[in-house]
Structure formats: C-alpha cells, structure tokens
Design a protein around this ligand. Structure first.
Ligand SMILES: NC(=O)c1ccc[n+]([C@@H]2O[C@H](COP(=O)([O-])OP(=O)(O)OC[C@H]3O[C@@H](n4cnc5c(N)ncnc54)[C@H](OP(=O)(O)O)[C@@H]3O)[C@@H](O)[C@H]2O)c1
Length: 285
C-alpha cells in the first residue's frame, strides 16, 4: 500500500512541487486546496507524474474553521491511516482583517492548521511513522507574540505575515510537547523553504516588496529548490529525522530559530490560547 501525504495549498508553488515529487516517489496525495478549479488542475498535474498513485482533491479553505473540521472528519472516515501532514498553505496578506480578535493571517495559517492537525491525528498515529511538517519562514524573525490574538494594535501587512510564521514554529514545539504527553509516535518539524519564486509575492507590499524587487534576480530560487525541506521531511527515513523532532529546518539541516519570543512559556501560552479559541467555537478536540 502506498504511503499517504495530505498537503494544504497543494495547487501552487512549493506545495504543488512537493506533491509532484512525492507522487513520483510513490506517495498517494490528498490535495487540500481552497479553490476547486485550481485544485482540479493541480490534481491532473500531480497525477500525470505517476499514474500508479492516487491523487485526490479535498476543497478546504483554511479561513473557514467549520469547513476545515468537516472536511478533516470526512478525510479521517475515508483514510484511517495517513503518513504525512504537510501544513504548507500560507500567504502574505493583501489587507489586515480580523475574525473576532484574531488577525486573519494568523487565523488561517496557524489556528486552522492546529485544528486540521488535531483532527487528523488519529490517522497520523495509525501510520507508525506519522509526521506533521509546518512550512514556516525565516520571516518568523519579525514576529511578536504580544500582537497575537488581540485586535487593539493593528499590525502592518509584513508584521501580520511574520506573526503567522512565528506561530507556525511555536505550534511545532507545542505539538511536540502535546504528542509526548499522549505517548504518540508522531513527530513534527517546521521549516524555511528559502526565498522562492512562486505566487507568494503577488500580495507583498512595503519592506518585503522592496527587498524582493532588489534581490529577486540574485537570490530567489525556483520551487524545486524551495521544496527540498518539505520533500525531505516528508520522505526521509524516520530514524534520520527523529533526533530533530520539533526542530526547524532549512534544506536538509536542522538550524536554530531566530526569535527571542520562542520560549517554553510562549509555546504553552499559544497552545492553550489556540485550544481555547477552538473549543469556544465548539470543536471537540
Ligand atoms: N515563496 C517564498 O519565498 C516563501 C518563503 C518563506 C516561506 N514561504 C511559505 O511557503 C508556503 C507556500 O507558499 P508558496 O511560496 O508556495 O506560495 P503560493 O504559490 O502562493 O502558494 C500558497 C498556497 O497556499 C494556499 N492558500 C492561501 N491561503 C489559503 C487558505 N485560506 N486556505 C487554503 N489554502 C490557502 C494558496 O491557495 P490559492 O492558490 O487558492 O491562493 C496556495 O495553494 C507558505 O506557507 C509561505 O508562507 C514561502
């Protein structure tokens, strides 16, 4: 039986490239995409890489927690065993909007991925080698926990993106702790893909836009290079990556994170706060 990987944002950029590679390696692919048409096109591209695998589209918008929960339950009912969850989807916000007190980039990139992960956990635990991979960014360096989960100080677009990427790292560390408390064999990793030429830059403004314009011709890599860490962590033998459980990767190496807000206290605080948000919305986890 083929291994199964579920990938959010599998229709574009790093997610699509990782899906194509993992399909060539013989993984079945669950493509979790918010846009049905784009998802269907991606499924054709991924399937063409290897007719022997199964690639299936699940329409899931991470800004809609109810949909995330419903679709995750449907996936779980159909697939009692999933080997890899690649939480890849993310975006630089075109505008700053809120759902309640939560800035929407943080809501879709972090809160929804925590919900998805916890919903799919029984299937990942059934794998024996289950792993959860969270695509963060070097932009986590600019994140600040003090801005999380409150709408009193509106962040800039860049700050909102950096906050979401910091939250992906705090989630990874928190998830490792949670999995240990369950005596779970699932492992988890975060990563920075590098500066990659994808659709990501479409919304980028301010300082990021300036940096991209200046450096794009020199340092930006293509999606094949940008997907290296995602593919490696999805497919490497478990004994090779398990010693780095909970850690942050660039390419195939675990490296130090760069933000003083990454503390055990903040990891616990974010985990608890996110669980409170999810439970207040009626999700039983
Ligand atoms: N490119 C870079 O330089 C770079 C650097 C560091 C980190 N990253 C991270 O890498 C990841 C992948 O980005 P990329 O560069 O491959 O960009 P991309 O080509 O724009 O792909 C982003 C994917 O996320 C999906 N997505 C966005 N919002 C979503 C939502 N609410 N619900 C479901 N899916 C959603 C997009 O769907 P649609 O196609 O429907 O919009 C798309 O499939 C992101 O987490 C990004 O933060 C990228």
């Amino acid at each position: 039986m083929n291994k199964i990987v579920a990938i959010t944002g599998a229709n574009s950029g790093i997610g699509l490239t990782a899906a194509q590679d993992l399909a060539r390696q013989g993984f079945d692919i669950l493509a979790l995409c918010r846009n049905k048409q784009k998802g269907e096109e991606a499924v054709k591209i991924i399937q063409a890489e290897n007719p022997a695998i199964k690639c299936e589209l699940w329409v899931m918008d991470l800004s809609n927690l109810q949909q995330v929960s419903t679709v995750a339950e449907q996936i779980l009912a159909k697939y009692p065993k999933i080997d890899v969850l690649l939480n890849n989807a993310g975006y630089y916000p075109a505008s700053i909007t809120y759902t309640g007190e939560i800035e929407d980039t943080l809501y879709a990139s972090h809160v929804a991925h925590q919900l998805l992960t916890l919903k799919l956990l029984p299937a990942l635990e059934a794998s024996g080698e289950g792993r959860v991979i969270n695509v963060s960014s070097m932009a986590h360096m600019g994140g600040k926990v003090a801005r999380f989960f409150q709408n009193t100080k509106k962040p800039s677009h860049t700050q909102a993106y950096c906050d979401a990427k910091l939250a992906n790292i705090l989630f990874t560390v928190g998830l490792k702790k949670y999995l240990a408390s369950r005596k779970s064999e699932v492992t988890t990793y975060s990563l920075h893909p590098g500066p990659v030429k994808t659709n990501f830059e479409n919304n980028v403004s301010g300082v990021f836009r300036f940096l991209i314009t200046i450096f794009k011709p020199f340092i930006f890599i293509d999606a094949v290079q940008g997907a290296v860490a995602s593919i490696y962590l999805s497919s490497a033998p478990l004994n090779e990556i398990k010693p780095f459980d909970g850690q942050y990767f660039i390419k195939k190496r675990a490296v130090k994170t760069q933000n003083r807000d990454i503390t055990p206290e903040n990891v616990d605080w974010q985990w608890k706060k996110t669980m409170e948000i999810l439970q207040s919305k009626g999700f039983a986890l």
